[in-house]
Design a protein around this ligand. Sequence first.
Ligand SMILES: [Zn+2]
Length: 217
Amino acid sequence: MTNTNTHALVITGGHGFQEEPFWAMFDSFENFSYDAVTFPEAFKYLSVDGAKDYDALVFYDMWQEISAAQQSAYLELLNRGKAIVSLHHALISFPDWDEYKRIVGGVWKSGEGTVKHDVRYTVQIADADHPVTKGLADFEVEDETYGNFRATPDVHVLLKAEHPDSAPVIGWAHQYGNSPIAYIQLGHDGHVYGNPGYRRLVNQAIRWGVDRVKREA
Ligand SMILES: [Zn+2]
C-alpha cells in the first residue's frame, strides 16, 4: 500500500440527498481529495480529456438524459481506463441508453424494480478476499432497498442480501472496456453514509479501481 493521494470527482444530480452527511463520508477518507460536480455540468468531465485530472469517478447521480455525443465521449474514456464507482440510485441513470446497463453491471427497470425505505437488514459479504470487501464482515444497515433488479451475469458478486424487499445481489465489481467498475446498492441517506461498513466499502471500491488502472497502465 502507498500513501499517495487519490483524487476523485464525485458526480451527483437528478436525485436529492442529505448533503452534509454525504460529504462528511468523503471528508473522512485518508489520503483522499475530491471535487464535486452535478449533471448536466458533469458531462464536461466524462471524456478522456475531461477526466484526466481524476483518478476515479464516483457516481451518485440519477441523471436521465444523455446525448449520442456524450455517450461516445464517455465510452472512449471507459475504453481508455478509469476507476468508476457507482452508488445507489446511479443504477437508475440513463434508462434509455442500453449500453449503460452493461457499464454499471446491472439493471433496475421502471415498472419492475421496487424501492423500500428504512429497511433493516444484513449486508452479507459474498467474497471477503476481494480488495473492495477486505476486512469486512457481514454488517447491519437501515437503508433503502431495491427489489426485483438484477446484476448482469458477468459481474463478480461482492455483496448479498436475504430480505424480501431486496434483490439478492446488491454489490459487485466488474470490468468494462479497460475500466474497473464497482457498484454498491446501499446508500440512500445519513443512516448509511455514517455506517463504518459502508464507508469502508466506498473507500475500498475507489482504491481497488485506482490500483487496477495504475497496474494496467
Ligand atoms: Zn435512495
